[in-house]
Write a protein that binds this ligand. Structure first.
Ligand code: SF4
Length: 371
């Protein structure tokens, strides 16, 4: 910065601090408006009006739940850290393009998830600006990433969209641990908006779980993460499906660092894997497999086709994914490795480098927000 830049340009009006006797003009105007406005507690937002605002912004379904709803206790401190005064959570969903997600083309599936997430952010932002215009505080956390990543491996998301969606009546969790909407099925992306106002009417969870317990997600998951008895092997799912994310990405970095030369690097990481990392870094983190979602026939929009032609569903959707030759990432000696070897011997087992990220020392959890 030179001397001329340190001085105010003559175009600038000098900054003036107001006083009690002579307040700043905008302070005086705001006080005058406040004196004319309604006194007392802010009114509840009308649920029907709010629903219309949300649908007009582009979401496909929406529901409202109080932050105090039993089952959401674990969300409270994280939510109040992000937006102090939050008392209502707006849960919403957007449909995904079903044929993209059911395709054996992983890029087509990943493209649609990423696009729908961005549309969810755009819709949420539109809703927040509309509420802001009306004096309501409103915040939308990311649908996926970015997250409060400094807290990893502790919880790094602001709010659990799945829990909010269930509490707000958008669906129930299926055996595959994704929310299934009664109409759209599992082909949805979820989002949440935090607001500082009560709503005139809250939604209720759907009473019947749309999951029909067909077991297709169990048989299609390449690493056997979904168990027919309701169990779920999170580590197996994370190791394979999220191979390019979080601590798994740190493993790739360490392979690069430890490689003696290019030949050594290619022994550790194949050229195809290097290109996959490039793709994830250049566009969006690429999931390895959303097969549990692809094959799920639940939801009234989806179920009819499956019931009319289960053989066609098996031939066109399930079998191509099960047949697909591909890398499958598992820990050495794990149940997931045994599962791939016995159920999918035509797929190629890969052992990714595991990195243990230590507990964060700085700001590992949100502050307590006592009642
Ligand atoms: S594939 Fe079948 S068992 Fe799995 S979540 Fe969907 S409906 Fe439930």
């Amino acid at each position: 910065m030179n001397d001329a830049e340190r001085l105010w340009n003559p175009l600038h009006v000098p900054i003036e601090r107001g006083s009690r006797e002579r307040p700043h003009p905008t302070v005086a105007a705001a006080r005058a408006r406040a004196e004319q406005g309604p006194a007392g507690e802010p009114a509840d937002l009308d649920a029907d009006w709010l629903r219309e605002i949300c649908l007009a912004a582009g979401v496909d379904d929406v529901g409202f739940t109080a932050l105090a709803t039993p089952g959401l206790e674990g969300e409270r401190d994280y939510v109040l850290e992000a937006l102090p005064g939050t008392c209502t959570l707006i849960g919403f969903c957007l449909r995904t393009s079903r044929d993209n997600l059911q395709s054996r083309s992983t890029s087509a599936a990943n493209r649609d998830v990423a696009t729908t997430q961005e549309l969810a952010h755009e819709a949420a932002r539109h809703i927040c600006l509309e509420l802001q215009r009306r004096g309501v505080r409103a915040l939308y956390p990311a649908s996926g990433f970015p997250a409060e990543i400094h807290r990893f491996p502790n919880r790094s998301w602001v709010v659990s969209h799945k829990l909010v969606a269930v509490a707000a009546g958008l669906g129930q969790m299926g055996l595959h641990r994704n929310v299934i909407h009664p109409k759209f099925g599992t082909f949805i992306v979820l989002g949440t908006i935090l607001i500082d106002r009560p709503v005139s009417r809250y939604s209720q969870p759907v009473l019947s779980n749309p999951c029909i317990d067909c077991g297709l997600c169990v048989s299609t998951c390449p690493v056997g993460a979904i168990h027919a008895n309701g169990g779920f092997d999170f580590d197996a799912c994370y190791t394979h499906n999220n191979h390019h994310e979080l601590s798994n990405f740190a493993g790739w970095v360490e392979e690069v660092v430890d490689s003696a030369d290019a030949a050594d690097y290619r022994r550790r990481v194949t050229p195809s894997e290097t290109l996959s990392v490039w793709q994830s870094l250049s566009f969006q983190p690429q999931f390895r497999a959303g097969y549990c979602v692809a094959v799920c026939p639940a939801g009234t929009d989806v179920l009819g086709n499956f019931l009319n032609d289960p053989d066609g569903h098996a031939r066109d959707v399930v079998a191509p994914l099960m047949r697909k030759p591909e890398y499958v990432y598992v820990d050495t000696g794990s149940a997931a490795e045994a599962h791939v070897q016995s159920r999918f011997p035509h797929k190629t087992v890969r052992h990714p480098r595991r990195v243990t990220v230590p507990e964060p020392e700085i700001d590992p959890v949100p502050e307590r927000h006592d009642q």
